[in-house]
Design a protein around this ligand. Structure first.
Ligand SMILES: C[S@@+](CC[C@H](N)C(=O)[O-])C[C@H]1O[C@@H](n2cnc3c(N)ncnc32)[C@H](O)[C@@H]1O
Length: 265
C-alpha cells in the first residue's frame, strides 16, 4: 500500500470521533486559537489549507471571511466527506476541497496560486519527503505570499523528562528516531519529527516568525496533568510559555509554528 493510502486509512478511522475528542481537550483548543490568530494577522485573499481534517479551520475562516477563497486538500476520504458536509450545510460559496497530498496540488487545483498556505496539527509530519513537499507548496505560493506551518517538534524537552521520570526511555526519545510512530501507543502511524533548524533548510523561504507551544504548559495528551493541576496554575504555565515561546527555549516545545514569506518579485 502506498504511504498516502496508509495515512489516509489511518485518518479515515481517526475521523470517527476526532471532533468529540477535540471538543473535550482545552489544550488543543487554546493552541488552535493561537494558530488562527497568526493566520488572520496577515492580509490574504486566496488561501490553501493542507490536511484540514474535519474542517474546523477551513469552515471557520470561510464563514468569517466570505470575500476570501478557501481551498483545502486532505489525504483522508472520510475527512473530505465530513468537511464537504459542513461546507454544504453552511452553504459556503467560498470553500473548495479535494482529496490528495501536497504533491498532487498541481493536478487538484492547477490554476490557483495562493497568498496564504497554512497547515495545522500534523499533515507535514506525514509527507513522504518534506523537501519535495515544500517545493510543491513553494510553486503554489504567490510572490509575497505567506505560509503558516506547524509541526510536531523533534525536541520536546519537558516531554522527554516526564517520560524518563515515568521510567519510559523508549517514549522519551521516540521522536528522535528516523521514523516516529505517532501519538497513539496502540495505533501506529509512520511519521517524521523535525528539528527546528532543519525546517528552514527544507522550506527554503525567508523565516519571518517562529514560536513553540507546550514548553512548560503540559502537552495536550497529558490528560492526567491537565485534570490534576488547578486551572490557575495551567493559566500561569500558558503565560510562561507565551513569554518564552519565541526564544531559544521555545524551540524545545511540544509543537512549533513557523511563518515564511516568499520574496516579492
Ligand atoms: C491530526 S489531523 C489535523 C486536522 C486539522 N488540521 C486540525 O487541525 O484539526 C491531520 C490531518 O492531515 C491529513 N494529512 C496527513 N498527511 C497529509 C498529507 N501528506 N497531505 C494532506 N493531508 C494530510 C490527515 O488526513 C488529517 O486529516
Amino acid at each position: 500500500m502506498s504511504y498516502y493510502r496508509e495515512v489516509g486509512h489511518y485518518y479515515d478511522k481517526d475521523a470517527v470521533d476526532f471532533e468529540r475528542r477535540y471538543n473535550l481537550n482545552p489544550a488543543l483548543q487554546r493552541i488552535r486559537q493561537s494558530f488562527r490568530e497568526r493566520v488572520k494577522s496577515h492580509p490574504q485573499s486566496t488561501v490553501l489549507e493542507v490536511g484540514f481534517g474535519p474542517g474546523f479551520d477551513l469552515v471557520h475562516f470561510a464563514e468569517q471571511f466570505p470575500d476570501q477563497q478557501y481551498y483545502g486538500i486532505d489525504v483522508s476520504a472520510e475527512m473530505v466527506r465530513l468537511t464537504q458536509e459542513k461546507i454544504d450545510s453552511y452553504k459556503l460559496k467560498n470553500g473548495q476541497i479535494a482529496q490528495g497530498s501536497v504533491e498532487h496540488l498541481n493536478t487538484l487545483f492547477p490554476d490557483v496560486k495562493f497568498d496564504m498556505i497554512y497547515v495545522f496539527f500534523g499533515a507535514l509530519n506525514t509527507v513522504d519527503n518534506l523537501d519535495h513537499a515544500m517545493s510543491c507548496l513553494r510553486k503554489a505560493l504567490k510572490p509575497g505570499g505567506r505560509m503558516v506551518l506547524t509541526f510536531v517538534n523533534k525536541y520536546y524537552l519537558a516531554g522527554t523528562l516526564i517520560e524518563l521520570l515515568k521510567g519510559k526511555p523508549r517514549n522519551a526519545f521516540a521522536r528522535w528516531r528516523k521514523v516516529w510512530g505517532g501519538y497513539s501507543p496502540t495505533n501506529y502511524l509512520a511519521s517524521k519529527c523535525y528539528a527546528p533548524r532543519s525546517i528552514s533548510k527544507k522550506v527554503k523561504l525567508p523565516l519571518t516568525y517562529s514560536r513553540g507551544y507546550s514548553i512548560v504548559y503540559p502537552a495536550w495528551y497529558y490528560h492526567k496533568l491537565h485534570k490534576l493541576l488547578p486551572s490557575s496554575l495551567l493559566h500561569l504555565l500558558w503565560q510562561i510559555d507565551d513569554s518564552v515561546s519565541t526564544t531559544k527555549l521555545g524551540t524545545f516545545g511540544e509543537y512549533m509554528l513557523y511563518e515564511f514569506q516568499s520574496e516579492d518579485p
